[in-house]
Ligand binder design. Structure first.
Ligand code: MG
Ligand code: MG
Length: 249
């Protein structure tokens, strides 16, 4: 069941979203060669707490940290720790927060120093695919219009979308209905309505689309070892179109 949010609830979610945006800004500034993913986690946790918010991921289904930190061929759900970032790495940072019972969820992939031309393009295309998906998040469109817009942008640049993982509704829970796939034919599925709030999150591989989970039971990696990128925003569907709740700190 898809839970519609009132304007008042959307404004509460914007507060939580602004905490996530600020946390990602802090992580972006810190993501330099020589920094560990565990240090990024510390920075984000302290930032979230400084805003009077709670990190949403810490303890979620037993997850041990406040960010997911996914480096290079890691797609999502990487566990931060002792890994030292090196020049040329890319790192996806996913952050969630809770304010007044409402969740915000957003992710960006950062360049660590100078990266390869392929990595550079992968990040630009994934971010653009997210924007294309968000443009479809308006009343009267169908859910799969979002999915299709993401897939079309990604595949037009020769990259692939991960199919085993999807975006989601969000509100008083981090994961609500509906699921938001990053592929599909347009004009299908749920009719989008004012008050729906979706976490739209393309996960894009430079190689094949298939992924597997490491022995830590969390980290998702590409099967072929190719690079992967992830961008995500929490987006409210308003009368006039999409309203990105995780845009500004
Ligand atoms: Mg996320
Ligand atoms: Mg999400």
């Amino acid at each position: 069941m898809v839970i519609l949010k009132s304007t008042e609830e959307i404004e509460k979610m914007r507060v939580s979203g602004s905490v996530v945006a600020g946390a990602l800004d802090a992580a972006e500034k810190a993501a330099k060669p020589g920094v560990t993913t565990g240090e990024l986690d510390d920075i984000v946790r302290k930032y979230i707490e400084s805003r009077g918010a709670k990190p949403a991921f810490l303890g979620y289904n037993g997850f041990p940290a406040s960010i997911c930190a996914s480096v290079n061929d890691e797609v999502v759900h990487g566990i931060p720790g002792d890994r030292v970032l090196e020049e040329g790495d890319i790192i996806g940072v996913d952050v969630g927060s809770i304010v007044g019972g409402y969740y915000g969820d957003s992710a960006r992939t950062f360049r660590v120093g100078r990266v390869s031309e392929e990595a550079d393009r992968l990040l630009d295309v994934t971010r653009d695919a997210l924007e294309k998906g968000i443009e479809q998040a308006r009343p009267g469109r169908h859910l799969s219009d979002i999915s299709h817009a993401v897939q079309a942008e990604v595949e037009s640049h020769g990259f692939t979308v991960v199919r085993k993982l999807v975006g989601h509704g969000i509100g008083r829970n981090m994961h609500e209905d509906p699921q938001v796939p990053n592929f599909g034919r347009p004009g299908r599925g749920l009719l989008l309505r004012q008050g729906m709030v979706l976490a739209i999150e393309p996960m894009v591989n430079a190689g094949g689309d298939d992924v597997r989970i490491l022995d830590d039971d969390w980290t998702v990696v590409t099967i072929d070892g190719s690079l992967s990128a992830h961008f995500e925003h929490t987006v409210a569907i308003r009368e006039n179109g999409p309203d990105i709740l995780t845009l500004n700190a």
